[in-house]
Design a protein around this ligand. Structure first.
Ligand code: ADE
Ligand code: ZN
Length: 336
């Protein structure tokens, strides 16, 4: 293993962009389908994996929503989340801020509290047994209307002391941020943090909309911001974090080749970029795999790795004391 990959392994890291439903590995999908008597249109695990060929975001989303149909009970959500936390431990991810898509489940008749309590119990176990801290971000599906998002926010009210913030995901083009202005405003009034996917497939105007209309604390992806120099200057000046997902970008054709990934340019422009896995079971790997893909393709260097890892803590929703404790641990690991 080269020096950069050893460094990546050794550094404690935070992950800020992971859809927990996107960590459903084909093996577990198959197992849960059997356990729950759900019929999948695949004969075996190999056939599931073979189906993961995407030309765009929508191709992926169609399989992602189909895949989550095996998740029915609180135990299923616990097992899913616990499996992800063990991957975090293996990658030395010590803090994670996970997304979940309640509407992907409530629309199938699975109750909000079944989903939430299953995820939550695994996160508590992760904290106790693995020492991994975490936050939960509830995403609204942007292909649905704002009324549906409001109904979801209503269902979440009893759980708000355990929900850090709201996000916005699913099909981007044709569903601009402004569609969700009121529900994000309400979320802000309720004291929730706000993030949104923007500039993944959608134009830079959607990133501006996420900032101005949704008043987001972070932008998820944000790749296409680079097409607008005034926006890049603003993101750099305001130090708005971008949660970048290299393997997702490649598999969803946001980039044509990993050698053309813009992460170096983002850092050179002063953007507060971080590295994340997005939907690791679908895109070929967890956090370290995403860093390693950049080492292989563009020779991501020591300084860049350290900046990205520091950014992951600085861009997190942890309290300032915890952030500085983690930054000290990063510095110590880098020395060693
Ligand atoms: N839901 C899960 N992964 C997503 C992505 N990369 N973009 C939009 N919605 C998603
Ligand atoms: Zn995402």
């Amino acid at each position: 293993m080269n020096n950069e990959k050893q460094l990546i392994r050794a550094l404690p890291k935070a992950e800020l962009h992971i859809h927990i439903e996107g960590s459903l590995e084909p093996e577990m999908m198959f197992e849960l389908a059997q356990r729950n008597g759900v019929k999948l249109p695949y004969p075996d695990v190999a056939a599931i994996r073979a189906a993961y060929e995407f030309n765009c975001l929508q191709d992926f989303l169609d399989l992602y929503y189909q895949g989550m149909s095996v998740l029915l009970t609180q135990q299923d959500f616990h097992d899913l989340t616990w499996a992800y936390l063990q991957r975090c431990r293996d990658d030395n991810v010590v803090h994670t801020e996970i997304f979940f898509d309640p509407q992907g489940h409530t629309a199938r008749g699975v109750a909000f509290d079944t989903v939430f309590e299953g995820i939550w119990s695994a996160l508590r176990r992760g904290e106790q047994d693995l020492g991994i801290s975490s936050r939960v971000i509830m995403c609204f599906l942007r292909h649905l209307d704002e009324e549906d998002a409001f109904a979801t926010l209503q269902q979440a009210l009893p759980f708000l002391d355990r929900i850090e913030g709201v996000g916005l995901d699913s099909s981007e083009v044709g569903h601009p941020p402004e569609k969700f202005l009121s529900v994000f405003q309400r979320a802000g009034e309720l004291g929730l943090k706000r993030v949104a996917h923007a500039g993944e497939e959608g134009p830079p105007e959607y990133v501006v909309g996420a900032l101005d209309s949704l008043r987001v604390d972070r932008v998820d992806h944000g790749n296409r911001s680079l097409e607008d120099s005034a926006l890049v200057e603003r993101l750099a000046r305001e130090q708005i974090p971008l949660t970048v997902c290299p393997q997702s970008n490649l598999r969803l054709a946001v980039i044509d080749d990993m050698t053309n990934h813009p992460i170096r340019q983002m850092l050179a422009c002063g953007l507060k970029a971080t590295i994340n896995s997005d939907d690791p079971a679908y895109f070929g790997g967890y956090v370290n795999d995403n860093f390693n893909a950049l080492v292989n393709a563009i020779e991501l260097n020591r300084d860049e790795i350290l900046s990205l890892v520091r950014n992951s803590f600085e861009a997190s929703f942890l309290d300032p004391e915890s952030i500085s404790r983690h930054l000290q641990a990063v510095a110590a690991a880098a020395e060693a």
